[in-house]
Design a protein around this ligand. Structure first.
Ligand code: SF4
Length: 94
């Protein structure tokens, strides 16, 4: 039996993971067309995702249980950081 701490979405995330990957890529593609949204470099992105993959708050390899974001999207965004109040695993880029 699947147990989750999330109120609503994680069961659907688990059962539709192949669809979810396409949806995440589509969301990143749409965000990339907004000139007001800045992305990090590929190197910074990979570093951030590595931190998330090693984090106890990552659920199903996709979702941060601290903020509810899909980490593959959040980690792309230059101005966002890891939401932990102490011991952030990554910070907003400059
Ligand atoms: S954003 Fe921070 S708290 Fe969330 S999974 Fe990644 S490293 Fe963990």
């Amino acid at each position: 039996m699947f147990e989750s701490k999330c109120k609503s979405c994680l069961e659907s995330v688990k059962t539709k993971r192949h669809v979810l990957k396409d949806e995440i890529n589509d969301a990143i593609d749409k965000l990339s067309k907004n000139k007001n949204i800045k992305f990090v470099s590929d190197e910074v992105y990979e570093h951030r995702l590595l931190q998330c993959r090693e984090c106890k708050y990552l659920e199903l390899g996709t979702t941060c249980m601290q903020c509810g974001c899909f980490v593959e999207i959040r980690a792309k965004l230059r101005d966002l950081g890891c939401p932990l109040s102490k011991h952030k695993r990554w910070n907003p880029a400059k």
